[in-house]
Design a protein around this ligand. Structure first.
Ligand code: HEM
Length: 420
């Protein structure tokens, strides 16, 4: 059913139906994630695909991510030396947020200046707010009131982001002429100044997109890393196989880097299996713009569509041992098998949604997850209280998170030499 919707009815369900009619940066009418499928969305999507998130742009910012991975390593090393426990989700939030801030806004948003911490706090607030809004949206009598129910909170978070982003925009404008390092903000400013652009974007559009990239990219990656680490800790066989692979490909003398990922098929399979069992966005919201018929069911215009990604990815008709963490599901023994697998998985593996409104950050997400999980497994052992991690879930908004966030004490396993 999900396949038919995404392939045959993709355009018809390419709006989310969340009506934003205010001027705020969070859930405002200049947002991209909530934008209806139309000229603005198409223009921004093209910009994301051809400039901001294109492979060459991702390649250019590799150095920034490598530095942040090292910083993450040293942070954990410090805790290991002091025998302190860490809450994985919080540490990974810092890592991904720093990476996204620096990739998108250059050096202006650093840990040292305290700006990264401010962004992080605002991201946490807007995630909590998003969850409340989405829940309200799903309850019929509240749907009409929707966003206006949370006006005060939306104003507060939007104001915080606006102040920060306006200052960084001005800094970028001042440096635009001399700036040869084109980060995302500089590229967007170029589009903003382009008189001949197909769509005239505003400063508000730029700021709203940033808010959304921070929230869409940071929280989902941190949640997925936490779940996958919990599965690894609970499955010593997986941990052992993962280490064997990393030790043989990367060795023990240097830190894993993102260029190693294509040579680490088991690590890639572990990441996918984590996303299959614990998708950070288990329910996807869309709306039918026109009435239609799907598999004999008549769907009236304006019907809300919820794709239950969690159910699709645990369907026993599609997956062997659907509730078990077995990364081997994603390993193919031969090249032709691999191609068949990729085709087949496209229909039933949906952690990033599907169709034209699917996640544009997939490539980056796999880099964040692969390097963070790879480094934690390569360099540290992880001690927990008790025998097993408690995998109880809790439902927050449309997100399935760990009811008991994963806390572990890192123990140094290897000490790779670091470049700086
Ligand atoms: C583990 C990490 C991630 C997961 C699981 C994830 C998942 C998703 C999902 C399920 C959607 C909705 C898709 C749909 O409706 O079909 C989405 C949308 C989106 N994601 Fe991601 N995402 C991740 C990381 C990222 C990153 C790193 C970025 C950006 C740098 C990003 C940017 C976006 C944007 C902008 C949208 C809205 C697309 C639109 O409305 O057209 N995501 N993501």
């Amino acid at each position: 059913m999900a396949y038919e919707i995404y392939r045959t009815h993709d355009v018809n369900v390419s709006s989310r139906g969340i009506i934003a009619n205010n001027e705020y940066l969070v859930f405002g009418s200049s947002g991209f994630v909530t934008a209806p499928y139309g000229d603005y969305w198409k223009f921004m999507k093209k910009l994301l695909a051809t400039k901001l998130l294109r492979p060459q742009a991702i390649e250019q910012s590799r150095g920034v991510r490598a530095e942040e991975l090292e910083r993450f390593y040293f942070n954990i090393l410090d805790k290991a030396t002091k025998k302190e426990s860490i809450e994985i989700v919080k540490e990974v939030m810092k890592l991904t947020n720093n990476m996204i801030c620096r990739m998108s806004m250059g050096r202006s948003c650093s840990e040292e200046s305290g700006e990264a911490e401010r962004v992080r706090k605002l991201v946490v607030k807007s995630m909590a707010l998003t969850m409340k809004i989405v829940v309200a949206y799903l309850i019929q009598p509240l749907q009409k009131l929707g966003i206006s129910l949370f006006k005060k909170e939306i104003m507060g978070v939007s104001h915080g982001f606006d102040e920060l982003l306006e200052r960084i925009l001005v800094e970028h404008e001042e440096k635009l002429e001399e700036n040869h390092d084109m980060d995302m903000m500089s590229l967007l400013l170029e589009a903003y100044r382009d008189e001949k652009a197909e769509y005239k974007i505003t400063r508000k559009h730029i700021k709203s997109l940033f808010v959304e990239i921070f929230t869409a990219g940071t929280d989902s990656t941190a949640t997925a890393t936490q779940w996958t680490m919990a599965e690894i800790v609970n499955n010593p066989n997986v941990l052992e196989r993962l280490r064997e692979e990393i030790d043989s490909v990367v060795g023990k003398a240097r830190l894993i880097q993102e260029t190693d990922l294509p040579n680490l098929p088991f690590l890639q399979a572990v990441v996918k299996e984590g996303l299959r069992l614990h998708p950070p966005a288990p329910l996807l919201i869309r709306r039918f713009e026109e009435s239609c018929e799907i598999k004999g069911f008549y769907i009236p215009k304006d019907t809300t569509l919820l794709v239950n990604v969690n159910a699709v990815m645990r369907d026993p008709n599609s997956w062997e041992d659907p509730d078990e963490f077995k990364p081997e599901k994603f390993l193919a023994s031969s090249k032709s098998e691999q191609e068949d697998e990729v085709r087949e998985q496209a229909l039933k593996f949906l952690p990033f949604g599907g169709g034209r409104r699917g996640c544009p950050g997939i490539k980056l997400a796999y880099i964040f997850l692969g390097t963070a999980i790879g480094m934690m497994v390569q360099c540290f052992d992880w001690r927990i209280k008790g025998e097993k991690v408690n995998m109880e879930e809790t439902f927050e908004g449309t997100s399935l998170t760990m009811a008991h966030p994963l806390k572990c004490i890192p123990v140094v396993r290897i000490n790779p030499s670091i470049s700086n």
